[in-house]
Design a protein around this ligand. Structure first.
Ligand code: OAD
Length: 257
């Protein structure tokens, strides 16, 4: 047993060993150890003087489509050159081991899928897809298009990333699936999110009001911290693998991949 395993609450490990219905809700902190900057921590370089909230809005896109497009191109490139981390892989191990498992993410980076997660509910879209800003239909980007942003081949409007901006509605299928999961799960792990952006931030409260045990994994406190049943004050790449190791090591005869 490692030092991290030793500091895990025994009752939590025992509960998870019963393989309860498990929901995992992730945010930007999940990919931080892959080198993808979170939204509310300092950005470096070119974009350090902008707040994400000033870039991730329909108004910002109307006012300066090139700036918003270029910011997303910068994030895309960062993500493409990053690799999923041990935290993402620990989520995959849970998906394989828990018969009733659900992953809900606020992340648009596709890292969970790259790590091998099969079923991912994306609440805020996916940065790797593009849509027409007018018709909202998916469009395959011509990488050689010199325009920033390129024009929709169908109607000529600007293309935009298929992500949810502040002030926009979340995809209704994803949101209603996430609500159903929050209501039905027995345990919810909330990993690497500031718990500030609703409606995603409301899911742990829904879970708790329906009787679930809520566990937060985050090195920093959040508005959820005092409400959570357990708080692991660790990074996703440390706290989650340690928890999964502790739960699966004896329960499954040693799955510690
Ligand atoms: P934030 O940037 O708001 O918060 C990141 C959280 O991750 C913070 O609470 C950090 O303490 C925590 N964190 C940092 N490093 C970590 C690590 N290694 N392990 C675990 N936690 C770590 O990101 P989100 O909560 O995901 O929306 O932000 C929610 C939404 O706001 C995003 O999906 C995005 C943003 O604007 C859209 O793009 C629509």
């Amino acid at each position: 047993m490692s030092a991290n395993q030793a500091s895990l609450p025994d009752e939590l490990v025992a509960l998870l060993r019963t393989k309860p219905s498990l929901a995992v809700l992730t945010g930007a902190g999940m990919s931080a150890e892959s080198g993808v900057p979170t939204f509310r921590e300092a950005l470096s370089g070119l974009w350090s003087r902008y707040q994400p909230e000033e870039l991730a809005t329909p108004e910002a896109f109307s006012a300066n489509p090139q700036r918003v497009w270029d910011w997303y191109q910068w994030r895309r490139e960062l993500v493409v050159n990053a690799e999923p981390n041990v935290g993402h892989r620990a989520v995959c191990r849970q998906e394989r081991s828990f018969p009733d498992f659900h992953l809900v993410t606020q992340n648009t980076d596709g890292m969970h899928q790259r790590a091998g997660s099969q079923e991912v509910i994306e609440l805020h879209g996916n940065i790797h897809r593009d849509i027409c800003s007018r018709e909202r239909i998916p469009v395959t980007l011509d990488e050689n298009d010199p325009d920033h942003p390129p024009a929709c081949p169908d109607c000529g409007a600007h293309l935009r990333p298929d992500v949810v901006w502040f002030g926009e509605a979340l995809p209704s299928d994803a949101l209603s699936a996430a609500h159903g999961i929050a209501q039905a799960c027995r345990v919810m792990l909330v990993i690497g999110t500031s718990s500030l952006v609703y409606p995603a931030a409301g899911l742990p409260y829904t879970a708790r009001s329906h009787g679930a045990t809520v566990v937060e994994i985050n090195p920093q406190p959040t508005p959820l911290s005092d409400e959570a049943d357990y708080r692991l004050e660790q990074s996703a790449g440390t706290g989650l693998p340690a928890l999964v190791d502790a739960v699966l090591s004896t329960a499954d005869g040693g799955d510690a991949q």
